[in-house]
Unconditional design. Structure first.
Length: 487
């Protein structure tokens, strides 16, 4: 253990208690990566604070000693944002899991950062409310992690990302001060520091208390599955639905390869011969949902759907979602290894980008399965390859990188919802000019002049460039445990 860290240990024990400080090398290794296990680093020391005061005292100590710190929630991130620093302190929020307040009258909840996303909805449900952002890792991922990544989910088309649901934060700054940004009221004057903190990936400090908006649980939810011969026909159904003013809660699409994988894994029974399936979910007041549902069904048929299935009851709806929700894990059935890419393009660019991905796949001989949030253009291409075949993983990594180039070329971004972290930091210059990046660095330095908060994340450093994206073999461990879905 580096000397500055060794000197900190007794003080960290005074702050967090003996059982709140992990120095044993085997136990520290438990925290060596987040959900993107390709990047791993044993943390110098791990602390498990239980209160804002403890977090602030730990961070103050780091600031005084010039030691870096990395915040970590549940460690489900997919961009190595919580990758530890071997010379630093990993601050894990898993013991800060208190729901401070559910306030149905003001439609707000106040929670500690380690609370799992789904717990907010569980606590609000008896009052007829829920918390809208729904990453598929929601059973385990923390609200603090969601804030840092500005996480989304299948229903973000209608309800927006985390940033649209956070109203107030208590933050421990990189100097160890406790500050409040925003609160229960809807809008605060001055610069939008709340918006800046959401999505900052742990580089501006540690969120220690979070105030979120609660929404009334919808009166009715209906889901339809439409099968098309081609992706183009499915894509044109999406365009007609959105341009007709129908606002679904979710619009998801799968291509033939991902349907094949889902069929092999969970026998989802999607219509045979489909080149694309579209899942459309509507929610809201019953009368509106019924009217819009009929409209969306008609538009799917007009776009060429050869079969449309509809579901109203939770069990029927779950049957429709089954294939879509299993798609990521399912590709393990049809490919020994794969890369899950995450990029986003304006929705109207989807047909062109999907066509170019098909060309990239044909030219390289690397298969790409497309599963995506069609309503908001968030692509999750699954780049399939056999890692036993010489050169295949390099070709797959190249295809995966070129897909992100396509996203940028079409006015999109290198990440739709999984963040930059370490994994995509070296792709930031492809999207931003040196002046842009310098400005971002200045902004970051205004909060953290010493550069101790989650160093080497989000902004590129020469050391990081050239590393390969995360390659996966088989199902993600959280999905295998049944603790998370990935879709
Ligand atoms: C199976 C699976 C499915 C997924 N599905 C989705 C999905 O549908 N949509 C989606 O958007 N993402 C998804 N993800 C990615 C991941 O779950 C999200 O990014 C999530 O928000 C991370 O939360 P976490 O608590 O695990 O954060 P961690 O992985 O622990 O940390 C993520 C980042 O947040 C920072 N951080 C953590 N806590 C704090 C805090 N209190 N204050 C400041 N910074 C902090 C860390 O430093 C790091 O940069 C999925 C991941 C898996 C494994």
């Amino acid at each position: 253990m580096p000397r500055p860290l060794t000197a900190l240990i007794p003080r960290l024990r005074e702050i967090c208690g003996d059982d709140g400080v992990i120095t044993d090398p085997h136990r520290r290794r438990t925290y060596e990566s987040d959900g993107l296990t390709y990047h791993a680093n044993t943390p110098g020391v791990v602390v498990l604070p239980t209160s804002t005061e403890q977090v602030a005292a730990v961070v103050r100590l780091c600031a005084e000693a010039g030691v870096p710190f990395v915040p970590r929630g549940a460690g489900t991130g997919l961009s190595a944002g919580a990758l530890p620093d071997s010379d630093g302190v990993l601050v894990v929020t898993s013991r800060m899991r208190r729901i401070v307040e559910i306030d149905p009258a003001d439609e707000r909840a106040v929670v500690q950062p380690g609370v799992a996303n789904l717990e907010v909805t569980r606590a609000a449900a008896p009052h007829g409310y829920y918390y809208a952002p729904d990453p598929s890792s929601q059973q385990v991922c923390s609200v603090g992690g969601n804030i840092a990544e500005n996480s989304g989910g299948a229903h973000c088309l209608k309800y927006g990302f985390t940033v649209n649901h956070v109203l107030g934060l208590e933050v421990v700054t990189p100097q160890g001060e406790v500050v409040r940004i925003g609160g229960k009221a809807a809008d605060a004057p001055g610069y939008d520091l709340l918006g800046a903190f959401v999505g900052s990936e742990g580089t501006l400090g540690i969120a220690t208390e979070i105030t979120v908006r609660l929404l009334r649980a919808p009166q009715k939810v209906r889901t339809l599955l439409a099968a098309f011969e081609t992706m183009d026909a499915g894509g044109s159904a999406v365009s007609s639905i959105i341009s007709a003013g129908v606002l679904p809660a979710a619009v998801e699409m799968m291509d033939a390869l991902s349907i094949e994988a889902a069929e092999a894994a969970v026998a989802c029974g999607y219509p045979p011969g489909a080149g694309a399936v579209l899942i459309v979910e509507l929610d809201g007041p019953a009368a509106d949902v019924d009217a819009q549902f009929e409209h969306a069904t008609r538009l799917c048929r007009e776009a060429g759907a050869f079969e449309v299935r509809t579901a109203d009851e939770p069990a029927e709806r779950a049957r429709i979602w089954k294939g879509r929700k299993s798609a990521f894990a399912a590709v393990g059935r049809i490919s020994p290894a794969y890369i899950v890419q995450d990029g986003v393009v304006p929705r109207t660019a989807l047909p062109e980008v999907l066509g170019r991905i098909a060309e990239l796949s044909a030219d390289s001989g690397i298969r790409v399965a497309n599963v995506f949030h069609a309503g908001d253009g968030n692509l999750h291409p699954l780049v399939l390859f056999d890692d036993a075949e010489p050169g295949a993983s390099e070709r797959a990594a190249e295809v995966s990188g070129k897909i992100l180039d396509l996203c940028i070329e079409h006015g999109g971004s290198i990440t739709g919802e999984h963040g930059v972290g370490v994994d995509k930091a070296c792709q930031m210059p492809e999207m931003f000019s040196p002046a842009d990046l310098e400005t971002m660095d200045l902004f970051r330095s205004a909060f953290d002049p010493a550069g101790l908060a989650n160093p080497d994340k989000l902004l590129p450093t020469p050391r990081l460039c050239g590393e390969r994206p995360g390659i996966r073999k088989g199902v993600h461990p959280l999905v295998a445990e049944g603790a998370a879905e990935q879709f």
